[in-house]
Ligand binder design. Structure first.
Ligand SMILES: [Zn+2]
Ligand SMILES: [Zn+2]
Ligand SMILES: [Zn+2]
Ligand SMILES: [Zn+2]
Length: 253
């Protein structure tokens, strides 16, 4: 998935900060305005308080929903009721309890939707042409299908360029085709009609592979609980039965 310019800027800034101070864990931004803070590993707060004049909203650091923040130091009876109510500040403690598994689920999903440059890890967007990628950020040439950089790709001529990675792809499992629409010639699950369809199928395989790993580490009961706490997770829209029975080999040769 392509990063918006603002996101890319924030990502690069975050990366630079992390080099300066490895304790920096993440950039937390207010869901309602542009205010953000840099949190370190030691800061594992449940709640995020926006300090921007005019916004000053409180939000859950896990589900990002807003809750009412008590006005003064002394909490009134009404405010306490509000805090304890459904959607109130205290109802978000259960979000925090499921924070790690929620993050693991989201990471697994994200891995399926994007392909990153093997050198600098910035996401690459494939156009509908070939599988050769040139990173916008660091200029590395890499292969969209196996994700390896040109230098590490298996080639018919070790000194050759990425085009030599495409030779004999239909019989050699270390090689990749130049176009995703070629794969259907040897593996009928893949669309030969359009690159868009073939790409969608590729990302489905990647997503399923990554979710299979997730379900190896987390029991289905844990996942059911996660769905109860976060409707956003419950509405994943994926066919988990298909995931279980599908052969996830990228190219069946
Ligand atoms: Zn704000
Ligand atoms: Zn929450
Ligand atoms: Zn790069
Ligand atoms: Zn490749």
């Amino acid at each position: 998935m392509q990063m918006e310019p603002e996101q890319l800027e924030m990502y690069l800034m975050y990366k630079a900060m992390k080099i300066v101070d490895p304790k920096i864990d993440k950039v937390m931004s207010c869901p309602f305005c542009k205010y953000f803070e840099v949190w370190t590993i030691d800061n594992s707060a449940n709640f995020f308080y926006c300090r921007k004049e005019g916004c000053q909203k409180g939000s859950c650091s896990v589900c990002f929903k807003e809750f009412k923040v008590p006005k003064g130091m002394a909490v009134t009876e009404d405010e306490l009721e509000e805090m304890k109510s459904e959607g109130g500040m205290m109802s978000h403690y259960k979000c925090y309890e499921h924070k790690d598994i929620k993050e693991a689920w989201e990471d697994a999903l994200e891995k399926g939707t994007k392909r990153c440059c093997p050198e600098c890890k910035v996401g690459g967007v494939k156009d509908d042409a070939c599988t050769h990628m040139i990173c916008d950020n660091c200029n590395t040439t890499w292969c969209y299908l196996c994700g390896k950089k040109e230098a590490n790709c298996d080639k018919s001529d070790p000194n050759g360029n990425i085009y030599r990675h495409n030779d004999d792809w239909n019989t050699n499992s270390k090689r990749c085709p130049m176009y995703l629409t070629q794969i259907g010639q040897v593996d009928e699950r893949w669309s030969t009609a359009s690159d868009e369809e073939a790409k969608a199928f590729f990302h489905k395989l990647l997503t399923y592979k990554s979710l299979k790993n997730f379900f190896k580490k987390h029991k289905s009961k844990e996942f059911k609980n996660l769905c109860k706490v976060f409707p956003s997770v419950a509405n994943h829209g994926l066919d988990l039965k298909e995931l279980k029975r599908m052969d996830l080999t990228i190219i069946k040769r």
